[in-house]
Ligand binder design. Sequence first.
Ligand code: ATP
Length: 382
Amino acid sequence: MSNSRSISCSSTTAATFTMQWQKALVLGSGSYGTVYLGVPTNPNFGPSYYIAIKTSRLESSSTLQKERRILSRFVGCPEIVRCLGAQLSIECGLCYYNLQLEYASGGTLEDLIKRSSGGKLEEHDVRRYTTMILKGLRALHKQGYVHCDLKPANILAFSTGSGGVSKVKITDFGLSKIPGEENEIMRKRFSFRGTPNYMSPESVLWGIITPALDIWSLGCVVVEMVTGNVGWDSSISIDELMLEIACGNPPKIPETMSELGKDFLRGCLEKNPLKRLTAELLLLHPFLVEGCQGSPSAGPSALIGCSSSVSMKPHASKKSLPPPPGFSLKMKKPPSPEKLPPPAPATNLWLQSNTNMFTIPAFDRPMKQSAGVIKPYRLFPS
Ligand SMILES: Nc1ncnc2c1ncn2[C@@H]1O[C@H](COP(=O)(O)OP(=O)(O)OP(=O)(O)O)[C@@H](O)[C@H]1O
């Protein structure tokens, strides 16, 4: 029995080594659990081996277990947070479920917006992050999932190590709609998932949950990146906000945005979910494509070419589910920090050690101090 989570890795030369973590600082907390920084117990393994551990009591861990099942389908997607496994622990006589995730050293997109000069992001960064988020959404939607709670607090930022952001990834799949789950219209009318500011008209009004919901939410996230504010008047009550959204009124499109940006936003914030652009189509929008090619402007034909020709296409995913990715462990020695870990196991097998090794970007985000800094993290024998 170890005092910390242990992970064993076998190399091709049959050498075996063990990695152990202990819960250190609290990184954040939400409705479904507390997220800790997992620090290797062996001081030889530095910040590049840090992980995030999302924890909740076993009896209320169904959301975390669902999250793990979803994440195991997307281990190969660079725009979705990587799940490294899950284990149970006993702490002070209580049983906890621990979901292990790659550690995002840059915090969340919400933090990035707050930290940025002027409290808002430059348009080139907006384009870069939006492209990554859309790639994550495209992967989700292709497999029939809807995230349902896309917002800056659920986008993780990975630091370059020199203050920049190398990558953003989607996280927090606790509210996600999985394929086969009640289709289109939720049984309970007027019930909705997610955070009010980012909800689409059809989800608020009818409880309709399709990939188009995530696209509306993305539009709201873009508005927030550009202005530093949620797109709605902060003085209105939740009821008034719901009414606004139910009427199909989108958040205000920022005047300061380029014409391409405004056109992109109109594609996201289309009231009719069937006319709203898909992730696939938005990735072809000149706002992203030409921005990435270093040409920030385009003539009206480009706008018409994108919006008018594609916006009427139904928002539906076409492909069937691929099988979950396989998982095998063959490694040589402890891996170099540059190498990313192999995928986490696709199965949801409790107490199964996640037998992979990985590295995580250097620890360089400001940390919130937790009350009881280092907590023992004891394992069930596996
Ligand atoms: N992989 C990670 N790396 C670094 N920080 C993380 C990571 N995952 C979560 N966090 C931090 O913990 C916070 C809460 O995480 P998360 O949103 O996943 O929890 P939740 O209980 O599902 O929250 P919600 O109430 O929004 O559903 C995040 O806002 C972020 O600050």
